[in-house]
Write a protein that binds this ligand. Sequence first.
Ligand SMILES: [Zn+2]
Ligand SMILES: [Zn+2]
Length: 353
Amino acid sequence: MRRLPIYFLIDISESMVGEPIQQVEEGLATIIQALKSDPHALETVWVSIIVFAGQAKTLVPLQEIVSFYPPKFPIGSGTSLSKGLGHLMYELRSNIVKTTYEQKGDWKPIVFLFTDGVPTDDTSAAIAEWKQNWARTANMVAISFGDETDMRLLGELSNDVMHFKNTSPQSYKAFFKWVTDSIKTSSISVENNSTGFELAKTDDETISKIDLSKPGDYDRGGYVDDNFVVFAAQCQNTKRPYLMKYGKVSQPSNFGGMNFETRAYRLMGAYPVDNSYYELADKSYENNVSSDELIGAPTCPCCGNQYGLAVCSCRKIHCIGDEEVSTCPWCGSQGKYTSGGGNGGFNIGRAQG
Ligand SMILES: [Zn+2]
Ligand SMILES: [Zn+2]
């Protein structure tokens, strides 16, 4: 039986922390569950999951659906699409069975790329390699999670650029059903000896195809995704890493009788992450946001300490409670902290994406 390899290439950058990554985790579990009860898919579909942040890694090697166990997704810093694509092409080279005189090889692999932001590095070399070596031998579907993705860049990779409006738990359900249906129809298509690639119909409510031939606000510049700011911190008590995610808001302000719109970031949540965060992070990068721009500060999601956003003189962030003297879990230095934040104007090291 010829295999239909399905690759999921998933952005696990910091802006995915919280609800999006949870939904992706659950969504992929429901996809596999649905495919397990589909005779066509069960016969032909093989699945692999590759994740990328500052680094890329294979989360699930290419395998039959029967033996597939849904993984837990890590989070890393940065959005290195070039490393993600590089890793994907490496996996394709190593795993895809080519058709020869002796054997019929795999069907054209289908890649579902999920990303919610702007790459934090230069992708031109990886995209050129994709176009040259893989664009004809694989089918790629590039899916933008939300409005902040560089659609034009995704259009370089694929004719199938989809926009998923990830607004509610229901929309995630509809989206993952669409992915499942697309895989099912593709697996039926291979049985009929046709193309082996057929996307399911979209409802245009939750997921729609982007027409890049029309002018639109698709171009995003720069290598920093500034719609979200995510700060990496470490818990003083448990030594676990956690992330604080802020979303951009426009804040009206009044200065000397004049009205301004100032850039600000509002707290969306604080989330403990695994130590694999360090493994998948891009360490070479540092950016800065002033605490003046931050609205709200969380308690520590690891130990419940009252203040999760204390900045040490080493410039790293950790939690503090009501102890007299705090110890920075990053550098070990001890100090007393004065409460408050947002009015001191201190700068905080910012993660990438
Ligand atoms: Zn803590
Ligand atoms: Zn320190």
